[in-house]
Design a protein around this ligand. Structure first.
Ligand code: NIG
Ligand code: FE
Length: 407
């Protein structure tokens, strides 16, 4: 075999095997290859295995210096495009006002919608670029980015266009999602807005290929499960996949809707109960947990341990956003998932790679396997578990995306 690059001198690499999401105990089954090498050709892994088994030729050779490598992390849930800040909310919350109270008073997400409306598309891209760069430095090579701070049909489509402009410049693979975040403040206007989402916003996003999935926020201060169902059905009719933000503060039927509709994922789940855990375990829907929100808002942790023990497929994301999770590290999201949600290091690795890919409907991301894009992170240490163990310093030394070292 002739490769473009051979990365040798790898102490060990770790990967889940196979594209299917891993459920329950299978989330602990990892392949660990010691004293390894990976060969890259045309941006893909061409060969991976113990270094002593390599007998091909490579145009160039890179020595990993005895460090471990892990698959490029997949961040399956971010809101990386926003303008303004939420520092006043943060201060208010520190003095006892809750996130929901701020939102109910017209602040929170609605204030970010106002600030985002005042920025040009170029400004939005410029603001998002360093956020994506931070996620990449933390090991992320595939990153979902949601709209959701637009509100009006044209404003939401503008954010999706900004996400596409960002994707063209970003070192990572970007997966765009249309998020239907906030309803009109006036109850009387909700029906008309839902109609505009179903008849204009979603069809335009599908026609212009601006999003691969539609996400709806089901919550007391946002949408009911009935309204979400209408909008997600419109998404399906346009050939788009579905996701939900649900059970963040209350159980309102969003999780049941997601499981019943075969949504790719239901995300948040801090308020999830035993019945919902069982329902997810019996469904094909990935349970995406967001420990940055637990830390930043002081919410109960989503029942990660219980979900896995019941047999569900769990993914972990940063939920990078200015209000509920200013977490700019996919690595730290995994480090938090073991501390706050009770995952093991092996489960966290799977949750941040192959299961996170499944939450985005991707089969070719998050694994070290011939034929897949050569996306991986080289750690500083020789043991892959440093990825999950480390807090506050970056255990990732370098990141390769599509066979190229990200600068
Ligand atoms: O995932 N919960 C709803 N949406 C976002 C928060 C957005 C914000 O606070 O700006 C979330 O937590
Ligand atoms: Fe979110």
């Amino acid at each position: 075999m002739r490769a473009d690059v051979l990365v040798r001198g790898i102490s060990q690499f770790v990967t889940a095997e196979g594209a299917e999401p891993k459920r329950g105990a299978a989330m602990r089954e990892l392949k660990v290859v010691q004293r390894a090498a990976v060969a890259i050709a045309g941006g893909q892994f061409a060969w991976v295995g113990p270094e002593r088994d390599w007998n091909g030729e490579a145009a160039s050779i890179v020595d990993a210096g005895g460090c471990a490598i892990v698959p490029g992390l997949v961040d399956p849930h971010t809101h990386a495009v926003w303008a303004g800040d939420r520092l006043a909310d943060f201060e208010a919350r520190l003095s006892g006002v809750t996130y929901e109270e701020i939102l109910a008073a017209g602040g929170g997400i609605r204030s970010t919608i106002r600030a985002t409306a005042a920025a040009t598309e170029e400004q939005l891209v410029a603001l998002a670029r360093p956020r994506i760069a931070a996620l990449v430095r933390s090991g992320a090579t595939t990153i979902e980015v949601k709209s959701g701070y637009g509100y009006a049909v044209e404003a939401e489509l503008r954010i999706l266009r900004a996400i596409h402009a960002l994707a063209a410049q970003a070192p990572a693979w970007i997966v765009p999602t249309l998020l239907i975040h906030m309803p009109p403040a006036e109850a009387a206007e909700r029906e008309e807005y839902v109609a505009a989402v179903c008849e204009e916003m979603i069809p335009a996003a599908a026609r212009e290929k601006l999003a691969q999935a539609v996400d709806v926020f089901v919550e007391k201060e946002a949408w009911s499960a009935t309204e979400a169902e209408q909008m997600l059905n419109a998404a399906r009719a346009q050939g788009l996949r579905t996701k939900l933000h649900t059970e963040q503060f209350h159980r309102m039927g969003g999780l049941e809707l997601g499981a019943r509709m075969g949504a790719m994922s239901v995300d948040h789940l801090e308020a999830c109960g035993a019945e919902q855990v069982a329902m997810l375990a019996a469904s094909a829907t990935v349970a995406t947990i967001l420990p940055g929100v637990t830390l930043h808002l002081g919410l109960p942790a989503a029942p990660g341990r219980k979900l896995i023990d019941a047999g569900a497929a769990v993914a972990v994301g940063t939920d990078l956003n200015p209000g509920s999770s200013p977490l700019f590290s996919a690595q730290m999201a995994l480090a938090l998932a073991v501390r706050l949600n009770g995952l093991t290091a092996q489960e966290a690795l799977v949750a941040g790679t192959t299961n996170a890919a499944a939450a985005l409907g991707l089969r070719d991301a998050g694994r070290i396997e011939p034929g897949l894009p050569a996306d991986f992170a080289v750690l500083h240490g020789a043991d892959w578990r440093e990825l999950i163990y480390t807090m506050g310093a970056n255990p990732v030394r370098e990141v390769w995306i599509g066979g190229q070292k990200a600068e």
